[in-house]
Design a protein around this ligand. Sequence first.
Ligand code: EPZ
Length: 418
Amino acid sequence: MTEFLINGGRKLRGAIAVQGSKNSALPLLAAALLVCGEVVLDNCPALSDVDAALEILTYLGCRAHRCGSAVTVDATGMHACDIPAHLMKRMRSSVVFLGAILARAGRAEMTMPGGCMLGPRPIDYHIDALRALGADIDLCGDRLLCRACRLRGAELLLPFPSVGATENAMLAAAACRGLTRIRNAAREPEIVDLAGFLNAIGIPVRGAGTPVIEITGGSRPHGVRYPVMTDRIAAGTYLCAAAVTGGEIELTNANPLELRALTDALLRAGCTLTVNGSRLRLHAPRNLRAVGIIETGPYPAYPTDLQPPLLALACTGKGTSIFLETMFASRYNHIEELRRMGADILTDGRFAAIHGVPRLTGAAVSAPDLRAAAALVTAALGANGETTISHIDYLDRGYARMDEVLSSLGAEVCRREF
Ligand code: EPZ
């Protein structure tokens, strides 16, 4: 087990380059299966979820290795098309290997994926989309058996703009003869990054970032060197962390447009934000204000992954902030732990009302999932005294050496391994 010991109250100051995006790197690694040849992903974050994806690729028979921030995958020797349960259960993103393995091998076998416990996370939209592209899929308990003699392009209409279902459909469509049109597709920047990758390996994709994506499949993909986009969720987390300390930080490689929903909330809280190209600078006031009403939703609405860190910030914002979590049924796992630190929060189903208190107090808390862990770190940085956060292994799934990044900004964070 790993824990963080944080001595709160130090202002974060300085500049950082934000890591590559976890939620983009994982589908890109799956997409590398489409290519018989070498794919190099630059700016690939060093995370335990990325390690899990590399283990899946290795199990399937690919060559996969990391050299610094670049990961090289060569799927020429792929010989398996099943993923064992212990690899599937390590993360939710293992499910995007389904579309990629089907596209490459015409069959796939796996169990249901794991991932953070945020309430029910079915994969019915994924399965329906792949069936519409010509796959036969049997569900036997926890096992998925998929076969596709011939995948063919089709018109797909997703019931909800699911990120994972859009990615799976795009990956399978790469091997379909003809045109696939995905309507009500997810518009997240990570989808645009995946489309950029597919275009770069020779699969024409149009419309990514809009609700209608068109993929012309069937051509033979070739190797490529491709940079993973900056992690907008990590970027937003560091902005929240700096703001609770009354600090001043600069992100040197951000995409401010992707962070718009968060930066609007930070402006309401009294922060000053300045943009110069990809440089985004935040200057926080001594005392924060409430953040107003935050309703999570599919991009470009407020991202559910940044709800926990902003909610932690709202705990010391003067006034009342209201959160409505629409994406996941159980994404308030951090609230009970924040209460241990003195937060005044009322919840009713998907609503949470946060009455700002002047200061939180350090306590012993336990991280229940990845973004909840980020919320607890955020709260601890602004709190009086010492906070111990256990189960930091969750944090390491999505944030590359967060303790070192925060220390470089002046925080007092110590990692302890047991
Ligand atoms: C992706 O998850 C992200 N994960 C999540 O980030 C993120 O919170 C989420 O998108 C929303 O932005 C990765 O990219 C690896 P969805 P995903 O399919 O693809 C329901 C993090 O902390 N749904 O868009 O699983 C589902 O239950 C993670 O980094 C179905 O009902 O999200 C949810 O309520 C957590 N049936 C909603 O749609 C389906 O077949 C959105 O899920 C698929 C989804």
